[in-house]
Design a binder for this molecule. Structure first.
Ligand SMILES: [Fe+2]
Length: 335
């Protein structure tokens, strides 16, 4: 496995956007040794070791998550080859660094960037490359096509922010519950989900401090897929429920154990080695199933119809170092 000590290069400059636009109307972007271009169907990535290509649909859906999640925990692999790894302050961007075949062939390449300039580069790319009518957060059946020459933009979609509760959802002072009036309609897959809210009768003195809400109702109105909302944070425990449809756009490489509780329907997971991308397991989770994704794997989910998933994250600072050093085993329980 590659280590952070192999080579370290931090690019401090801002992203460079090239004009004029290419023949398809898109700008290209450069940061460090990386260059990104798009045409009607593909995203092209070049770096000092060679070039790489992805479907622009898959690329934009992964890019949207990487931006919206602020590079997230650990590895956001756009596919088996290209991606980013969050070092919390700096970010590693790579082609093939965590792919056994690329490493063996010596065609792997990576650079380290300060988070902010890389974020600015990715955000600018998203702004320019997403066309009118296409929402990379939406399920494919619920949005337009990403393909073709540049036509318009979709700022409402690319600026969508992860919803974060400041208290338990529903308590006074927190964001309002999702409503028709607020544009949060019931998803077509969840028309059978009850919409009633629990009654809360607080003892005198506890008014405004005791709350409850219908999580299934809340999730039935999620407008996006594969984008956890943070519904409750208690110290370093974050409850991040989400709705899923089609394919998780990234192969997420965990830097800590991550728990999944399948709340409805079904998701099939492919689990691969974090360092080499070799297959390790397939996990089929049905409603009620609970899984702990180990700290040494990458995983990608396939949800045939919209489903509800609770992602439980342990945000304890420094946890990634304790797993990386081997102090903690990569799984939570010894049987
Ligand atoms: Fe994960």
């Amino acid at each position: 496995m590659a280590t952070a000590q192999d080579e370290v290069m931090v690019t401090r400059g801002p992203h460079v956007a090239h004009g004029p636009d290419n023949r398809y109307g898109y700008r290209s972007f450069e940061i460090g040794g990386f260059r990104f271009e798009r045409d009607e169907y593909f995203a092209h990535i070049t770096c000092p070791k060679g070039s790489y290509v992805m479907s622009v649909d898959a690329f934009l859906r992964a890019l949207m998550r990487d931006v919206a999640w602020g590079f997230f925990y650990g590895w956001v692999n756009f596919d088996e080859v290209f991606g980013t790894c969050n070092h919390y302050g700096s970010v590693e961007m790579y082609v093939g660094t965590y792919n056994g075949a690329y490493r063996k062939a010596g065609t792997d390449y990576r650079e380290y960037f300060l988070s902010q300039p890389l974020f600015a580069c990715f955000k600018a790319m998203l702004d320019d490359w997403v066309n009118e009518g296409y929402d990379p957060f939406a399920a494919p059946l619920e949005t337009g096509s990403p393909y073709g020459s540049k036509h318009g933009s979709n700022p409402g979609a690319v600026n969508f922010q992860r919803e974060v509760a400041t208290r338990i959802v529903g308590l006074p002072g927190d964001a309002p519950l999702r409503t028709d009036a607020g544009g949060r309609r019931i998803n077509r897959a969840f028309t059978d989900v009850a919409q009633d809210e629990p009654q809360v009768h607080a003892e005198p003195g506890f008014e405004g401090r005791l709350g409850g809400f219908n999580l299934f109702r809340y999730l039935s109105r999620s407008p996006v897929t594969w984008n956890p909302s943070i519904c409750a944070v208690i110290r370093n425990s974050a409850y991040c429920p989400t709705t899923e449809e089609f394919i998780l756009p990234v192969e997420h490489g965990n830097d800590r154990v991550e728990w999944f509780v399948q709340l409805s329907d079904e998701i099939e997971w492919t689990v691969k080695d974090k360092a080499t991308a070799e297959p390790r397991a397939r996990v089929i989770m049905k409603a009620g199933d609970v899984a702990a994704m180990p700290a040494d794997i990458r995983h990608q989910g396939y949800s045939p119809r919209r489903s509800m998933l609770l992602v439980w994250e342990n945000m304890t600072p420094g946890l990634e170092k304790r797993y990386a050093s081997g102090e903690l085993p990569p799984y939570p329980v010894e049987f």
